[in-house]
Write a protein that binds this ligand. Structure first.
Ligand SMILES: [Mg+2]
Length: 227
């Protein structure tokens, strides 16, 4: 089946005719070559360097702040409210590593964590501090492995994050669930402890799928995909 996928893509992209005879060969004129990687990289750099990326992040963070502000006003005092934050490209930026490796896969650039400088994504840091100021417990739920706990805590502290309620990371070994399953399960466990998750914020759809946030806020990330 895997071998069929490139063939099917060729048919879709190039309009290759099925069947025998001379009409079955792909014509160069009808075959649309995918965009060159350099131009994709250039567009990603422009998206970041123009400030558009940061503007879109701030818009989303502001929406989350507005929702939280309205939500806490209505909350009974006995409610244990929580907010769930992803880390990479949500709370901390790996921009330097991403740009340096030409937007290589997340798996490859993740190896740079130990030497990477991961600055805060400022609108998220402000949202994190706002949540704390309103008595909402902030949780980090990340796909980073337990082996990266020490460097992750250092990066979070260096970036200005403090006072989180828990930092939930992937356990080592065993079957590695897709992010959308792992993160949903971890949010379920947070609610099992009696918390109401007011919102969950992340840069991947897999950060937000499934259980159990009242609202989800999706930050932009055209640089890589985690499913
Ligand atoms: Mg992320």
């Amino acid at each position: 089946m895997k071998r069929l996928v490139p063939v099917l893509l060729l048919i879709l992209v190039c309009g290759v005719a099925l069947g025998g005879g001379s009409g079955s060969a792909p014509s160069p004129a009808s075959c649309k070559e995918p965009e060159n990687h350099k131009f994709v990289v250039d567009r990603l750099l422009l998206y970041h360097d123009s400030g558009e990326y940061e503007r879109e992040i701030r818009d989303v963070a502001n929406s989350a702040r507005d929702y939280l502000n309205a939500r806490v006003k209505d909350a009974p005092k006995e409610d244990k409210l929580a907010a769930v934050f992803d880390i990479d490209e949500t709370s901390l930026s790996n921009w330097d590593a991403l740009a340096d490796c030409g937007f290589c896969s997340f798996t490859v650039q993740a190896k740079l964590y130990s030497v990477a400088h991961d600055p805060a994504i400022i609108p998220t840091l402000e949202l994190f501090n706002f949540a704390k100021s309103k008595g909402v417990a902030p949780f980090f739920v990340t796909g980073r492995p337990e082996a990266a706990r020490a460097v992750t805590i250092k990066s979070l502290n260096d970036a200005g994050y403090s006072g989180w309620t828990d930092l939930i990371m992937r356990p080592e070994g065993g079957k590695q669930e897709p992010a959308r399953i792992f993160k949903s399960h971890q949010r379920q466990l947070i609610t099992d402890k009696g918390y109401r998750i007011v919102f969950s914020i992340g840069d991947q759809a897999s950060d937000l799928a499934g259980c159990c946030a009242e609202r989800t806020f999706k930050l932009p990330n055209p640089f890589y995909l985690i499913e």
